[in-house]
Design a protein. Sequence first.
Length: 355
Amino acid sequence: MNSYLITGGCGLQGSHIVEKLLQTQPGCKIAVMARNPTVNTFPGVEYLKGDITSAVDVEAVLAATRPTVVFHCAGAMTVGRKAIGDEAVRKINVDGTRLMVDASKRFGVKAFVFTSSASVAQKGKGGWADLQNCDETFPTVEESDGGLIYPRSKAASERLVLAADDQMGMRTVSLRPAVIYGERDNDQIPNFMAKYRAGLGRLQIGDNTNLFSFTYGGNAADAHLLAAEKLLRPDPSGVGGEAFFITNGEPRPFWDFPWAIMRAAGDTTPREQVRVVPRTLALAVAFIAEWFAWLTGSKPFITVPIVKYTTMHRWYNIAKARERLGYEPKVDFEEGIRRGVMWYTEHIEGKSHAE
């Protein structure tokens, strides 16, 4: 029986992998490495406190767990979250990944599955080029391309992981989910739920014709387990050293996502009552808001990157994952949102009301 180590296993993606392992491989050894191993925990799992940027922590965790498979999910996300300096992001995403890869080799790990990001293909126009029917033949962003630090750091991390693939030793693979959401989401659903509760849900930027890919966390977890299973076979069937886009397989107009979250929370606002702000006007307002925030030392209520992000085309082709991994999304767009919103209202809002 295989043993598993999930870095960032208390986060959205990592916790879904833990949950899937418990469901599909009862009795297997599962360990989680996290900076705060006290949230989103499951019985029967070993939780270890550790920082992936610390060589001492990485060595200690791998020595204690001796896993067959490593799911490396830990990382720093920046878009729409608390601002983190570029060097801190690089240290976590790139240097931390390097430490995990090197140590995993030394401790005899057989399969290393990396949670990358669909954003690694955001090459061109400073990272804001439209991506339509994007597949794995598209080039990934380089440091010299500029743009946001997150896709640059994830692309650099992915190259490290794929270069480490060894047919005679540790096999590696990189998975690229797009906009992960679901139970234990600490980003997408909380953000839009906060806007909805504040009465700011009747606003849309742009005409909502831009298609986006979304990924339910449980679907992405299925892909991680499939990838590990393939890597552990004598012939990984064209999986080792490869990258795969992972989505729900059904691109949707971007604003269908927040509207679905609000509907799941009980909103009944007719779409015709939603106020549409033209993209050019939103960019101008965001530019002014950023300058005002800089002058006053406050946080802007809207930013230029957010406007660009919510109005760009960003959807991916998952044919390669279907063919080589045998991946097929089991939970559809709406059901994943229903599950995520239900978890949020019960565990986050419900807890706040109880307190």
